[in-house]
Write a protein that binds this ligand. Structure first.
Ligand code: ZN
Length: 351
């Protein structure tokens, strides 16, 4: 087997060290350049294109893949050959990639061999066959995403960004917010939407984070991973909801029981009883509710835990010590609390 060595000196963007590429006629033995920047199609060509062969002529034909390299069944025909990092061969039309990816359009417009001949070696890709098949299925019109695994979608989005494929990005966008997609952590979903500047999705995802305690050990890594402006907006939303709720619970107009030390007939002067009510039972309930707030997701403020509170039960049984009047309408109180919760801000401010 003949081996050839080439150095790309003189072809590369200025300022880059030349990269030696060693390869055989049918199997690339190149040394991976860890300095490679994946965002540039031009750099990709200069650094990775293994197609140049001293045996190539202008009439060279596409090289057949090695026998041990599986050809993906959906991509077995085309004038461009790509090889996944796990050695699956993809054949597809250059025209498809030119039309659907500015990145590939740029790359394929560059000279691909000294002789101007056709490609003779597969283009080596960084991605697995699983990701490439998802990518190419969409742009080739074969099928949309057939599964909704969150990690897969997130990876596919990164690849679509890298290769500038708007159709794939749009498809992943829909899939990420599909009800069929099991989102392991809404904070991650929120982070993706913010990073992609998807306003409506970012707001929707921020609402979904209300079911999460941001400071819980399971959520904290995702929170820390957010870009600072996005993290600040989310923390502000959660903080604002708590602040408004606490303020509302203490509102003297909304809950008359906040008038500590008022007379029994405070709201009904026609009643004779003027006994002073300290509303200690109400205070105990508020304290319990605030403690409850610290540990429940903001979306579930009025959950079963509230209805089972001993302090709520005592509220229902509280009577005036002199006239035995029932002091509190528990049903009405819960309804008021529910209205307060419903009116709390539910999504981040944008931008
Ligand atoms: Zn009374």
């Amino acid at each position: 087997m003949r081996l050839f060595e080439i150095a790309h000196s003189g072809k590369e963007p200025s300022g880059r060290a030349s990269t030696e590429v060693t390869y055989s006629t049918n199997r690339v033995k190149r040394r991976r350049d860890t300095r490679f920047s994946s965002t540039s199609a031009i750099s990709f060509v200069y650094e990775r294109w293994p197609a140049i062969s001293t045996t190539t002529t202008a009439t060279a034909t596409m090289l057949t893949a090695d026998a041990d390299q599986a050809v993906h069944p959906l991509f077995s025909d085309g004038d461009l050959v790509l090889q996944s990092k796990d050695n699956t061969i993809f054949r597809l039309s250059q025209e498809t990639l030119r039309r659907t990816s500015p990145w590939f359009r740029t790359m394929l417009a560059l000279p691909q061999s000294p002789s101007g001949g056709e490609l003779v070696e597969p283009i080596l890709m960084d991605e697995s066959a699983d990701l490439l098949s998802g990518l190419f299925s969409i742009v080739s019109g074969i099928e949309l995403l057939k599964h909704h695994d969150f990690d897969y979608l997130e990876s596919l989005l990164r690849v679509a960004e890298k290769y500038e494929m708007p159709m794939v990005i749009s498809t992943v966008r829909l899939a990420l917010f599909s009800p069929f997609t099991d989102v392991p952590c809404p904070i991650r979903l929120y982070g993706i939407a913010c990073r992609m500047s998807w306003e409506n999705e970012a707001k929707l995802a921020s609402t979904r984070t209300l079911g999460v305690d941001l400071l819980a050990p399971t959520a904290l890594p995702a929170l820390v991973a957010l870009e600072a402006p996005h993290r600040d907006k989310l923390v502000a939303l959660h903080r604002q909801r708590k602040d408004v709720l606490i303020e509302s619970i203490d509102d003297v107009d909304l809950f008359y029981a906040n008038q500590v030390g008022s007379a029994c007939n405070f709201r009904d002067p026609e009643q004779d009883c003027t006994a002073i009510i300290d509303h200690g039972v109400w205070g105990a309930f508020k304290y319990a509710l605030l403690r409850h707030l610290e540990y429940v997701p903001l979306r579930e403020i009025l959950n079963e835990g509230v209805y089972r509170m001993a302090e709520l039960e005592k509220l229902g049984h509280a009577q005036c010590s002199e006239c035995s009047r029932t002091l509190y309408d528990v049903g009405g109180t819960i309804q008021k609390l529910q209205r307060v919760v419903n009116e709390l801000p539910k999504a981040i401010e944008w931008p």
